[in-house]
Design a protein around this ligand. Structure first.
Ligand code: GDP
Ligand code: IMO
Ligand code: MG
Length: 422
């Protein structure tokens, strides 16, 4: 059974937690898109782990974790992350971690360009994570990027990096930035390449060999449907295909080998960064922030919060072909008296039952709400569907139906045990 797991909203849906839960049944976990803009949180007991590039499956024993070809890898960030995990007692070695030789490398000029371009946009900024993701994917598409196999070969690195630093320094200087020292960048990346070399492999062949041996693969999506470069709220998106199709191109596993798609979504909506968010609401934002929740796992920024948007999740179910929904953070609504759910948008006298492609139009859309009675009791101790309050069950069933997908998991807390299979 090969499963693609995607975010059905604007990222931070709780993918890390659900990946950790589903990894129990899998042999291999593959990250297929994005870079260290992602922050996937997993709690094991009281210990918190935030994964940025390493698949969240790393926290379980005897699972192979793969960074696929579709990911952009910041080698310095990756080395730090591996070292950080080791300090926490997590084993990362050649037997449980593999890095694709064709993944693209994020370099310092990508990060600098990301920051400079954002600064130049002024009020129209995207609110990126400043991890260099856009410029790195830009170089990949422009066919001037460096791949992991370039990074781990000293001569090739020198030959390929030198003209890139030279060109990017000119761009950076013209944008008011400071030129990078080639020698410094080279030395730093050479060292990271040396560290990572033992992990590097042809992951496409590796995955196909594993499938021949009937391995079950879990594909770990990063970001969310509305941050997808094609299907998201462009230009307020990231630079990769975060939706289910990205799992095929980002890993080399073909579509007919995929068996199901799990869509993760919160019981409400959040977004970090700029761009339209039709159900954004101060009341629920204050409530969640007041509980110390909804601060970014990568940048620490407070996330924008709103009511559940079923127009968006229905659209996500359509684009990703979601078979099963994992609804997280149900417990975030435990104290709310009347819960609103957006069932359609209205703009200029017109009703929309899907998410308009034009972000400007979407920004003008006003939500049409349905209301649900809250349950006003804690759900975080519930162990089964039956133990959930009746109003919570009604709410979950309603948002699944409105999203046009089947309810698979309800999550009532960050821990593994706080997971209810429906
Ligand atoms: P991801 O990027 O999709 O992996 O999500 P993040 O880790 O960035 O953000 C999700 C946050 O919600 C994390 O802090 C998780 O620990 C937390 N979380 C996940 N599921 C639940 C849940 O059901 N209840 C609560 N209270 N927190 C949850
Ligand atoms: P996970 O995997 C939430 C957002 C940024 C910004 C936009 C572009 O943890 O769900 P980028 O740095 O990618 O160029 O930023 O995308 N963004 C995320 N928001 N969760 C993420 O990842 C995100 N990765 C990028 O905030 O709005
Ligand atoms: Mg996150």
């Amino acid at each position: 059974m090969n499963t693609i797991l995607v975010g059905a909203q604007w990222g931070d849906e709780g993918k890390g937690k659900i990946i950790d839960v589903l990894t129990e049944q899998a042999d291999i976990v593959v990250r297929y898109a994005g870079g260290n803009n992602a922050g996937h949180t997993v709690f094991i007991g009281k210990q918190k782990y935030v994964l940025h590039l390493v698949p969240s499956g790393i926290l379980r024993r005897n699972k192979l974790c793969v960074i696929g070809n579709g990911v952009v890898v910041d080698p310095i960030g990756l080395v730090e992350e591996i070292e950080g995990l080791k300090k926490l007692g997590v084993k990362v070695n050649r037997r449980n971690f593999v890095l694709s030789e064709t993944a693209h490398v994020v370099l310092p000029y990508h990060r600098e360009l990301d920051a400079r371009r954002e600064a130049l946009k002024g009020r129209n900024l995207i609110g990126t994570t400043k991890r260099g993701i856009g410029p790195a994917y830009g170089d990949k598409a422009a066919r001037v990027g460096l791949r992991v196999y370039d990074l781990v070969d000293a001569d090739r690195l020198k030959k390929k990096l030198s003209p890139r630093v030279r060109e990017n320094n000119r761009v950076l200087q013209s944008l008011g930035g400071v030129a990078l020292s080639f020698e410094r960048v080279y030395a730093e990346y050479l060292a990271a390449g040396k560290y990572l070399k033992p992990f590097v492999a042809n992951t496409v062949v590796l995955l196909h060999e594993a499938m021949r041996d009937t391995a079950d693969i879990l594909f770990e999506g990063a970001q969310g449907t509305f941050l997808d470069i094609d299907h998201g709220t462009y230009p307020f998106v990231t630079s990769s295909n975060t939706t289910a199709g990205g799992a095929c191109t980002g890993s080399g596993v073909p579509p007919h080998r995929m068996n199901r798609v799990v869509g993760v979504m919160k019981a409400y909506t959040t977004r970090v960064g700029e761009g339209p968010l039709p159900t954004e609401n101060a009341e629920i934002s204050d409530l969640l922030h007041g509980m110390g929740r909804e601060f970014g796992a990568t940048t620490g920024r407070p996330r924008r919060c709103g009511w559940f948007d079923s127009v968006a999740t229905r659209h996500a179910a359509m684009v990703n072909g979601i078979d099963g929904l994992a609804v997280t953070n149900l417990d975030g609504l435990d104290t709310v008296e009347t819960i609103k759910v957006c069932v359609a948008y209205r703009q200029g006298g017109k009703r929309y039952d899907f998410v308009p492609s034009d972000a400007q139009l979407l920004a003008e859309c006003r939500p049409v709400y349905a209301e649900f009675a809250g349950w006003r009791e804690p759900t975080d101790q519930a162990k089964s569907w039956k133990q959930l309050p009746a109003n919570a069950r009604t709410y979950l069933k309603a948002i699944a139906e409105l999203s046009n997908a089947k309810l698979f998991i309800a999550s009532v807390g960050p821990a593994r045990e706080q997971t209810i299979f429906v």
